[in-house]
Design a protein around this ligand. Structure first.
Ligand code: URA
Length: 277
């Protein structure tokens, strides 16, 4: 005989476990009520206790030793960058620089500075190197880089770019570089801009656009609009266009159309004849 009854395990813990497994399978990863519940005030959860502090073992202590103060690191980056009279010298200065925490966070194998032409009319500024870039020592050589190359080629920019990033070491786990990490690397990026003297900057992705334009606005509203990038001393001013990051486009192919419009806008300005005074 057909029966619709479902046999549940007698053990309440097993019932709860089976129910949780069902929800997890269905994609539910958080449980929320309409109103927040203060379970500490209700006495159902003990207030968090500060964990007892034990001295870390000597090996770990060495690994987490305080890094140079940000202001000292920034001063050092500024001095090193100012001394570099060529892109080659700048590459050596970056490789020798110890002031960016990313260099010591394990994931980074080497500094990743640039690829492309040293006299390029266009500088492409991405966010930071990933695993493939770390392995090869060049920016944008992984999956996102391959898409970027295709996009640049389609927009007739491939042979006219110097490609770099806001930070020169891979952030662990490919996380977004922090504003502090970007800050200590900025003197090198500024020096690269001063040496290459591009006509235009293409800012790829939110972390690049925000750092370069010193704004909190999101990339979806920044993209496709022209801004003036200014060096810290105000001596250099270059038109800059933020656009979507190719890694984002790999996840959201429907957004490619917007990136394509940005690149057409960019090439049109690059190739626009200079107006005679
Ligand atoms: N993403 C970036 O922003 N830069 C790279 O170099 C690679 C991936």
């Amino acid at each position: 005989m057909y029966s619709s009854a479902v046999t549940l395990p007698a053990d309440p813990a097993a019932v709860a476990e089976s129910l949780l497994a069902f929800w997890a399978e269905a994609g539910v990863d958080a449980m929320l009520l309409d109103e927040p519940v203060d379970r500490i005030a209700a006495g159902r959860i003990a207030p968090p206790q500060a964990p007892a502090r034990k001295a870390p073992p000597p090996a770990l202590r060495a690994a987490v030793a305080p890094r140079p103060e940000v202001s000292a690191a920034l001063g050092q980056a500024q001095a090193l960058a100012a001394e570099a009279q060529s892109i080659e010298a700048l590459a050596a200065a970056i490789a020798a620089f110890d002031g960016c925490a990313l260099k010591f966070e394990g994931a980074a194998r080497q500094a990743v500075f640039y690829r492309g032409r040293e006299d390029a009319p266009v500088m492409v500024v991405g966010e930071g190197p990933g695993a493939e870039e770390d392995a090869q020592g060049q920016p944008f050589v992984g999956r996102a880089g391959k898409l970027l190359d295709k996009m640049l080629a389609a927009a007739e920019l491939a042979e006219r770019v110097f490609i770099t990033n806001t930070v020169f070491w891979r952030p662990p786990g490919n996380r977004t570089p922090t504003p502090l990490e970007q800050l200590v690397c900025a003197p090198f990026l500024e020096r690269a801009i001063a040496l290459v003297q591009p006509k235009l900057l293409l800012l790829v992705g939110g972390a690049s656009a925000k750092a370069m334009l010193k704004t909190e606005e999101g990339i979806l509203s920044l993209r496709g609009r022209w801004f003036d990038w200014r060096s810290a001393d105000g001596a250099i001013e270059i038109p800059a266009l933020p656009t979507l990051h190719p890694a984002f486009l790999l996840r959201q192919p429907a957004a490619k159309k917007r990136a394509w419009i940005d690149l057409l806008t960019f090439t049109e300005r690059l190739d626009r004849p200079e107006r005679s005074a």
